[in-house]
Design a protein. Structure first.
Length: 131
């Protein structure tokens, strides 16, 4: 298994109903299972447990490719997803929040900042949404 997603496995954004801040590349759930080296049922369980975020695009449940770093889920993603759920965000709203432009964060969006040094700041901002 490789550390990066082959170009033919990452699905470019193509859903016209999606927001302008949506991620550029998507993975299908079987691709996520292969990348994480787990069964597809484990991926479904991880989604139910809010360890992963999947939304329906073009009739297929997909996950933003950049939320899976190599063979693991981004470290702070499950915590942020739980904080957003506690604040009343559904999966679509959580996706919009994660990819909303924010010039005060490196990478200009919370999802990009989760992969860097500002992950705790993203968690603090998600926590503040509940108040």
């Amino acid at each position: 298994m490789t550390d990066s997603v082959p170009a033919d496995r990452a699905v470019p954004h193509s859903d016209s109903a999606a927001g302008p801040a949506d991620p550029a590349d998507w993975l299908t759930l079987p691709d996520v299972a292969e990348r994480l080296d787990v069964s597809i049922s484990k991926v479904h369980q991880m989604i139910r447990d809010r360890e992963l975020l999947a939304v329906r695009r073009d009739g297929v449940r997909r996950m933003p490719a950049d939320l899976v770093a190599n063979q693991t889920v981004l470290k702070h993603l499950p915590g942020v997803l739980n904080l957003l759920a506690d604040a009343g965000y559904d999966d679509e709203a959580a996706l919009r929040w994660l990819y909303a432009p924010d010039d005060t964060l490196p990478g200009a969006a919370p999802a990009k900042a989760l992969a860097g040094d500002q992950a705790r700041e993203v968690k603090r901002r998600a926590q503040a949404l509940g108040f």
